[in-house]
Design a protein around this ligand. Structure first.
Ligand SMILES: NC(=O)c1ccc[n+]([C@@H]2O[C@H](COP(=O)([O-])OP(=O)(O)OC[C@H]3O[C@@H](n4cnc5c(N)ncnc54)[C@H](OP(=O)(O)O)[C@@H]3O)[C@@H](O)[C@H]2O)c1
Length: 264
């Protein structure tokens, strides 16, 4: 008789790094609950299905409590405990802070922070109770840089980079591990969605999402604290650490200011 397959939950699994993370979960023998807020998650689930892998697609807006409730209902309906949680969904947000409608800002914050924490809290409690589970949180090297003209996104990533290590420490006696994947620019739909593809930030050389996902997945399975994708990003993270914030914010302005500082 086949052993019961374990369950992985991947948020933001419809494209980019999340899709690649879900692919790795499938090839490593996990069944998957794959979540995103657009109907494309069903197409992604079809692509992910391989022989023997059960994929449940959940179309839910994780910025809303009702979306997280929907995900938890799918987990309850499955009946198995969550072995792997890959908290990866996010929403980018360009332009000056005061130039955005606050509703859009709230939605980004609720996706990147509140919804992510709600998922981590609910599934994390179950993992702690079982004294078993692995968590991967997708942060970003953007979290090391004050992101002028992308301030909310960068700050939300700073939150997650920081939060991840605190949660890891709180869980250190429980056999539940927390790992932060810290990618640099990666070739996904992020730049189109955030409407920054035509800015210097969007035109930077980007990494391969499959590579980024692989190093994140491996770090999670090894129970490491964090992993920065690629040596250039490691270098950039180290430099950001010793560069005055004022200078970092000014450099980011050059990359992300609408019109690129040129007359519009
Ligand atoms: N690409 C980069 O350069 C880069 C660099 C560093 C870190 N990262 C991080 O990598 C992670 C993945 O991003 P990506 O680059 O792969 O971008 P992506 O292709 O745009 O993927 C984002 C995913 O999040 C989902 N999502 C967005 N809002 C959601 C919501 N409210 N509820 C549920 N799902 C939602 C999207 O689904 P829908 O299509 O259904 O909205 C999509 O599946 C993010 O955490 C990002 O911050 C990316």
């Amino acid at each position: 008789m086949n052993a019961i397959r374990e369950l992985a939950v991947v948020t933001g699994a419809s494209s980019g790094i999340g899709f690649e993370l879900a692919k790795l979960c499938a090839t490593e023998g996990y069944d998957i609950i794959a979540v995103a807020d657009e109907p494309e998650i069903h197409d992604a689930a079809e692509k992910l299905a391989n022989e023997g892998t059960r994929i449940t697609a959940v179309e839910a807006d994780l910025a809303q409590k009702s979306g997280v409730d929907k995900l938890m209902a799918a987990i309850d309906a499955d009946g198995r405990p969550v072995e792997l949680l890959l908290a990866n969904a996010e929403r980018g947000l360009r332009e000056g802070f005061l130039d955005r409608d606050f509703k859009e800002i709230e939605h980004a914050l609720h996706t990147n922070i509140t919804g992510t924490l709600d998922v981590l809290h609910r599934i994390g409690m179950q993992m702690r109770e079982r004294r078993r589970g692995r968590i991967l949180i997708t942060g970003s090297i953007a979290g090391f840089v004050p992101g002028s003209f992308q301030a909310v996104y960068n700050a939300s990533k700073a939150f997650l980079n920081n939060f991840s290590f605190a949660l890891r420490n709180e869980l250190k006696d429980s056999d539940v591990t927390v790992t932060c994947l810290i990618p640099g620019p990666t070739d996904t739909e992020f730049f189109e969605r955030a409407d920054i593809a035509d800015m210097p930030l969007g035109e930077m050389k980007k990494g391969d999402p499959a590579f980024v996902a692989r190093i994140g997945f491996e770090a999670m399975m090894e129970g490491e604290g964090d992993v920065v994708s690629g040596w250039k990003n490691k270098l950039q993270a180290a430099i950001a650490n010793v560069t005055p914030s004022e200078m970092l914010a000014e450099q980011h302005r050059e990359l992300a200011e609408p019109g690129g500082g040129k007359p519009t």
